[in-house]
Design a protein around this ligand. Structure first.
Ligand code: HEM
Length: 507
């Protein structure tokens, strides 16, 4: 192996499994080296049958990789059998490489070009661009989640500065705090005489997340906490977004023929996406009506929606709708996971409480959230599709290969984080004199918001919502947990589901 970074300059015939590639070593001498690359087909992986590929291992009953927990168990078997990168041959889909190593992940992420390609949400993209749409819609940018290439770049360049400017998000801190305080009261009212929470905690967290993200996406409250949700649309939207992640995991990642034939699942998907579009459009349109009647107060700072409207009306509509969809399950599941870890680590919870009482902006709160996103990230995986041929570990990885980065698995590996299965928020604090620090963790193993120019555009929003609500919770309650840990329902994301055995004792 070379000890310098290598840059491919000439790729010879792509027909050969083992190819000779000339490299320009990026040293001062620009030394030329020639190495033999192995075909990606030589990457270790389960055995393959003609035509069927490896499908029998994964989907058929009794298949050695037919995982019942939908994730960890499968990754464990693949990693322990084949090592840090594993080849998966798929039918109907691009071939895939599963990555279990931080250094290799870093190398691969850095090889991306300016337009990182995330192969995901294909059926949602189809719905937005083609399903009963006029022809001119087919080529128009449909939003960040569903686009790739130039369309994605165009859309992201329109919204990036507005969405990621800390001032734009911080101006909602008072309203986000009001939502948090309302939810605190709701939690108080949903306890039995032993302070055991007796509502459906996951649903309550969805309501909190939707109400919070609406404040930012629309600049107004949508009354998710109204008694028995007066507004049936709230409940419908929440249910549809759950289904969206379920559909994404079934239609988009498992073998399916929906691209050739409208299956029952496909028709159901179009119905769900249609409902999402109808409801989010309804909220955006109502907000636009309100804006028309709003006094033209030039001194008042404009909301995110108003700023986006000034840039491009269509972009503003799509981005607001996408915020409502992307901002429910992500923050609510992160909040539930963090609260569970704090409830089961009373000393850490007390330390956090002491810190919050001294300084509501304490870095210890950030550390507690980061540590729970390391151990229980809402997105356990990240995906990319290679946009060019390149070399990793002596293998040639062809353009068009799917890369599956198993971040949840990587971030709980001892080689990436010492004491990986322990909840230690201190490992994220540079000022603490702690053996876990400095930098004892691998930067590329835990990437809860993704990587690079394609990383989550809602991270500042999520950060504000999570910190505000968590500090109110910790300030108001001593939180504990009884019984078995919560179950995770792995779809496209990790959904924390009941039982949610929280006890909220007033402090
Ligand atoms: C704790 C909460 C959240 C987590 C953990 C999270 C995580 C992620 C991840 C892992 C990605 C993929 C990044 C990549 O491919 O590298 C992503 C993308 C995205 N997220 Fe989030 N997210 C959260 C909250 C939100 C919120 C509140 C919004 C909206 C307000 C949002 C909107 C989006 C959008 C639009 C994208 C696509 C970005 C693009 O492709 O350019 N997310 N998120």
């Amino acid at each position: 192996m070379f000890s310098v970074k290598l840059k491919p300059i000439l790729v010879l015939s792509s027909d050969f499994y083992t190819r000779k590639v000339s490299y320009l070593a990026s040293t001062t001498q620009n030394k030329k080296n020639t190495i033999d690359l192995k075909s990606w087909k030589k990457i270790p992986g389960p055995s393959s049958l003609p035509v069927l590929g490896q499908i029998h291992h994964f989907l058929l009953p009794g298949g050695i990789f037919n995982s019942t927990d939908g994730g960890h168990d499968l990754w464990d078997k693949l990693y322990n059998t084949y090592g840090p990168i594993v080849r998966i041959n798929t039918i109907f889909k691009p071939n895939m490489i599963v990555v279990f190593d931080g250094d290799i992940a870093a190398e691969m992420y850095h090889r991306e070009n300016m337009l990182p390609l995330r192969p995901a949400f294909f059926s949602f993209a189809y719905f937005k661009k083609y399903h009963n749409r006029p022809k001119d819609q087919h080529t128009k940018p449909s939003g960040l989640v569903t686009e790739n290439g130039e369309n994605w770049k165009w859309f992201r360049s329109k919204v990036n500065s507005t969405m990621l400017d800390p001032k734009n998000v911080q101006r909602y801190s008072t309203q986000i705090d009001e939502v948090a305080l309302d939810m605190i009261e709701r939690i108080r009212s949903l306890r039995d005489h032993n302070n055991v929470f007796c509502g459906e905690f996951d649903k309550e967290m969805n309501l909190w997340a939707l109400e919070s993200v609406a404040v930012i996406a629309l600049g107004r409250r949508i009354n998710c906490f109204a008694p028995k949700t007066d507004d049936v649309l709230v409940e419908k939207l929440i249910n549809c977004t759950h289904e969206l992640f379920e559909i994404a995991s079934n239609l988009d990642y498992k073998p399916s023929i929906w691209k050739y034939y409208a299956t029952k699942n496909f028709k159901n998907a179009m119905q769900v996406y249609g409902d999402i579009e109808y409801i989010t459009k309804h909220y955006v349109n109502m907000t636009l009506e309100n804006l028309k009647t709003k006094a033209n107060n030039t001194h008042e700072e404009k909301s995110i929606l108003e700023k986006l409207l000034e840039i491009d009306e269509n972009v503003a509509h799509i981005m607001s709708m996408d915020m409502l969809v992307a901002g429910i399950d992500t923050t609510s599941n992160t909040l539930s996971a963090t609260l569970y870890l704090l409830a089961t680590h009373p000393k850490i919870q007390q330390k956090l409480r002491d810190n919050i009482l001294l300084d509501p902006k304490t870095p210890y709160l950030t550390a507690c959230i980061k540590e729970s996103m390391r151990m229980r990230p809402v997105a356990g995986l990240n995906v990319r599709e290679t946009t060019k041929d390149y070399e990793i570990l002596g293998y040639n990885i062809p353009k068009g290969t799917s890369l599956l980065f198993c971040h949840q698995y990587m971030s709980t590996m001892e080689k990436h984080f010492p004491k990986a299965n322990e909840y230690i928020p201190e490992r994220w604090l540079s000022s603490e004199k702690n053996p876990m620090y400095p930098g004892a963790g691998h930067k590329f193993a835990s990437l809860p918001f993704g990587f690079g120019s394609r990383s989550c555009i809602g991270q500042r929003i999520a950060d504000l919502e999570l910190k505000t609500f968590l500090s109110r919770l910790i300030e108001n309650f001593e939180i504990s947990w009884f019984g078995d840990p919560p179950k995770i329902h792995p779809t496209h994301i990790n959904q924390v589901i009941s039982p949610n055995n929280f006890i909220f004792k007033d402090v």
